[in-house]
Design a protein around this ligand. Structure first.
Ligand code: SF4
Ligand code: SF4
Length: 473
């Protein structure tokens, strides 16, 4: 490879520079043995200005118990300072599992001829979204395989339009995030115009050679086109992008460094980093066995990764899905995760029809209903939030980040969490969850920093009780 490391470069091989990652890992091996150096890095992270990929990699390599405890302590502290007790909820919606790619870890790969293939019609989307609204969801992540014939961009756009137009009882989907294959600037522009929230695309692994082996066929095989997708999305006007790797595909330290270099690249070129980072782990599915992935990571390591991400990118949301068990979700919520999915179906048509599960993309590890998840969060002291306010108020990209960095966003997040929780309690909750939720709202009102915002929030809460909906800060 002839390129040099350059976070400003538009070329994947320069901003995810293989040699720089190898140097980073060697540097991390050396420095992580120096306990004082590691503790100094934790002290630096306390300023909440983030860490570089090299610094974070040192902490990831650190094995000293005191260093690890210091990381967890700071991760909890930063989580509390920025996110309080709020946890944002969302659900994935699978539109189609037709796919022409050959990803070896996903049962939707083109060579899997026995999995049922399905693409939702607009009428079926109405049924799915109605079922999601009846659970209480307000925020969706759309998922499709890559197939220009079966899932062209016009189908995705039409589906987004359908989803936003469904108003069933008091239900509404107020933010549609989109996770579709890497595409052109023109298509990203169309997605932006359709009113999407975040564009999400996982890199899977940043290791080019392994990436190519794991994606042997189809357009996704093109590492550079995939890795440069967020640049095209941002050029197409999408301010909020979500990145992530599939931990377990490749050596985790390599991908961790690559993930942070990707973030640094977006900051260097567009002035704003990713809105969210997802941390999926490899899971078994139809013809996929985890034993074929020797890089799978343990629960403890997973928690350490989340905690270091929290202190490295304090203002970036961290997302975890129902791939993880309730136990793991509890552990990582404490040290950094700020968004979770709830009551997810990972099959096409899985919300309206139970039997559609035979076409699921991965095995769900947390099978609780949304009401059970909400009740669990409330019991553990969290505030489940269905907030979608920022993008609807135009607080995206660098505008969002500057509000987040001054702490001003707390005057929006906390009241919005309480308002949307109240809507959920009035419209969808069981009696036990409602009782618990109302107590939490009363307690958490006191944690709205601005007295003016607190007063207004109280007024809105009363109006929700009287039947009005959709207030926001
Ligand atoms: Fe297709 Fe995505 Fe599955 Fe790859 S991961 S086979 S692109 S659906
Ligand atoms: Fe997220 Fe904005 Fe709502 Fe806060 S106010 S929870 S940042 S959408």
């Amino acid at each position: 490879m002839s390129t040099v490391y350059d976070p400003h470069s538009p070329h994947a091989d320069a901003f995810i520079h293989h040699e720089e990652i190898l140097d980073t890992l060697a540097y991390a091996d050396r420095c992580s043995k120096d306990k004082n150096f590691c503790l100094d890095l934790v002290r630096k992270a306390r300023e909440m200005k983030g860490l570089t990929h090299r610094e974070a990699s040192v902490l990831l390599a650190a094995e000293d118990v005191d260093v690890i405890e210091a990381i967890y302590g700071l991760a909890r502290e930063i989580k509390d300072r920025i996110y309080g007790q709020r946890i944002v909820l969302f659900a994935p919606l699978y539109l189609s599992n037709y796919c022409i790619n050959g990803c070896v870890y996903c049962p939707y790969h083109a060579k899997n001829h026995h999995i049922p293939r399905k693409k939702l019609t607009q009428e079926e989307i109405v049924r799915e979204v109605t079922a999601l609204q009846d659970m209480g969801h307000k925020r969706l992540a759309l998922e499709t395989g890559e197939d220009p014939v079966n899932n062209p961009i016009d189908y995705v756009l039409e589906s987004i339009h359908t989803i936003y137009s469904i108003k069933h009882k008091n239900g509404a989907i107020r933010r549609v995030n989109v996770n579709i294959a890497a595409t052109t600037v023109e298509n990203y522009r169309k997605l932006k115009e359709a009113g999407i929230g975040t564009y999400i695309l996982f890199q899977e692994t940043y290791h080019r050679k392994n990436y190519e082996a794991l994606h042997p066929t189809g357009p996704k095989h093109d590492y550079a086109y995939h890795t440069e997708a967020m640049d095209r999305a941002m050029t197409g006007g999408i301010d909020d992008v979500g990145i992530g790797v599939l931990f377990g595909l490749n050596q985790y330290r390599y991908d961790f460094a690559g993930l942070l270099m990707h973030k640094e690249h977006l900051e260097a070129v567009f002035g704003v980093g990713p809105h969210t980072i997802s941390v999926p782990r490899i899971r078994p599915a139809d013809d996929i066995s985890v034993s074929s992935f020797p890089n799978a990571i343990s629960d403890d390591l997973f928690k350490k990764i989340v905690a270091i991400l929290r202190i490295t990118v304090p203002y970036t949301g961290i997302i975890i899905s129902t791939r993880e068990s309730a136990r793991t979700r509890k552990a990582v919520l404490e040290v950094g995760v700020s968004q979770i999915s709830g009551a997810s179906r990972t099959s096409v048509g899985g919300y309206a029809e139970e039997e559609a599960e035979d076409s699921s993309q991965f095995e769900v590890n947390d099978n609780r209903t949304l009401d059970q998840v909400i009740n669990w969060l409330l019991t553990d002291g969290y505030i489940p939030s269905f907030c979608t306010a920022c993008y609807r108020a135009g607080r995206t990209g660098d505008r969002f980040m500057s509000l987040a960095k001054t702490g001003a966003i707390s005057n929006c997040c906390q009241p919005n969490a309480l308002l949307t929780l109240k809507e959920y309690l009035m419209d969808y909750a069981s009696e036990a969850t409602r009782k618990k939720g109302l107590e939490v709202i009363e307690r958490e009102l006191l944690h709205i920093p601005s007295l003016k915002a607190r007063g207004l929030c109280e007024q809105y809460l009363k109006k929700i009780e009287q039947g009005e909906r959709d207030f926001r800060f």
